[in-house]
Design a protein around this ligand. Structure first.
Ligand code: 13P
Ligand code: SF4
Length: 359
């Protein structure tokens, strides 16, 4: 039964004590979050993985790219465990290393040597990858002078990149790239999209010459569901409602909302609001429902009336958590996520640049 499962998790955690730390992303189901030692957005969880060098094992309740990041930032002796190896991210899968390498070669033909600084000291293109990408892609950006961003620091990271490059190649999420660059004043016509299936990504030479941010053709299948019609309906039904959405939503949705930000931004905005506030939230349903339950003083609902969980986050079930913890008690490490050394070194460099970039 569920109760037995929870009792097994608690017992294993009690036996392991400080030897294990359980991290949980905000999108995890409540039955998993209740066992997490730390819950946060992807940036906070990356820092949390760095912050427990004493733990032998980090059990990461999130998706594959987050566990890879935890492995990159944790010590070499620490084991990072993903309770269900099938927990991936469809957006991260939209940019693979060979397509990005291919795009890079084509950009080299357009702009010349991509590692050669121009008269102002900047190189032609800096690659920026969203945290939601494989370690191999983080390695790619590390090798090419680039950097990682999350939804909570995308603006700071783009500023970092524009100090060093005339343009940015941003992958995999077109929406986070477009929304962030637009808020920084980059005109839409200077943000061509790169379709990896077309020569020059489907652009003309002129379009690429004038580009400032080249957006990869990726998106989140959860956040692309939110629409301006849903925002209009929420405002009609709840006068005074505050609409907050995640920046992975399409640009018209972010433009129509009152605010946009990472999952932690959404959590903090709700915590800071005076009692009696009403919020319509455009992000994953597990987080929205938990916030509604934790804040009975407010009215909080999801913009999308049809429940939209992140199906891959949802693949982590308390049963998986019980299993990996009990295996640790028995002295066995299962479902370990270990990034290969040759990828890890440049990927870590790209992550360290992000952690050092100050707003
Ligand atoms: P956060 O960085 O806001 O936690 O978002 C991670 C994610 O996967 C959103 O879809
Ligand atoms: Fe990936 Fe979207 Fe799920 Fe986030 S919500 S993990 S971007 S599929």
């Amino acid at each position: 039964s569920d109760e037995e499962l929870h009792a097994r998790i608690r017992a294993a955690k009690a036996t392991l004590g400080d030897r294990v730390v359980v991290l949980g992303h905000f999108y995890q189901r409540d039955e998993v979050v209740e066992h997490a030692d730390f819950t946060g957005d992807s940036f906070q969880l990356a820092n949390a993985a760095k912050g427990r060098p004493d733990a032998e094992a980090i059990v990461f309740c999130g998706v594959h790219f987050m566990a890879e990041t935890a492995d990159l930032l944790s010590g070499p002796e620490q084991a990072v465990i993903l309770p269900n190896l099938a927990a991936g991210c469809s957006m991260a899968d939209m940019a693979d290393e060979s397509s990005v390498e291919e795009a890079w070669e084509q950009l080299e033909e357009v702009y010349g040597d991509l590692s050669a600084p121009g008269a102002d000291g900047r190189v032609p293109v800096i690659p920026v990858t969203y945290m939601n990408s494989s370690a191999a892609l983080k390695g790619f950006v590390g090798r090419h002078g680039g950097i990682v961003c999350t939804s909570s620091n995308a603006k700071t990271v783009l500023e970092w990149a524009f100090e060093r490059g005339e343009r940015v190649l941003f992958f995999p999420d077109q929406h986070l790239g477009r929304n962030t660059a637009k808020a920084m004043g980059v005109p839409l016509e200077q943000m061509p999209m790169w379709n990896p299936r077309k020569p020059l990504g489907g652009n003309t030479l002129d379009e690429l010459e004038g580009a400032r941010v080249i957006l990869w053709h990726g998106f989140c299948s959860v956040h692309k569901r939110f629409t301006v019609d849903q925002i209009d309906a929420a405002r009609a039904q709840h006068p005074g409602v505050q609409v907050i959405v995640h920046p992975e939503c399409p640009m018209p949705v972010v433009d129509a909302a009152d605010a946009s930000g990472s999952t932690d931004f959404i959590v903090k905005a709700i915590q800071a609001a005076p009692a009696g506030s009403t919020f319509a939230i455009g992000t994953e349903i597990n987080l929205v429902q938990r916030l509604a339950a934790e804040h009975p003083e407010h009215t909080i609902f999801c913009l999308d009336p049809v429940v939209c969980p992140c199906s891959t986050m949802y693949r982590i079930h308390p049963g998986h958590l019980a299993w990996v913890l009990e295996e640790l008690v028995a002295g066995r490490v299962v479902n370990r996520i270990a990034v290969a050394d040759e990828v890890a070194e440049p990927a870590r460099l790209a992550l360290e640049r992000m952690l050092a970039a100050k707003p």
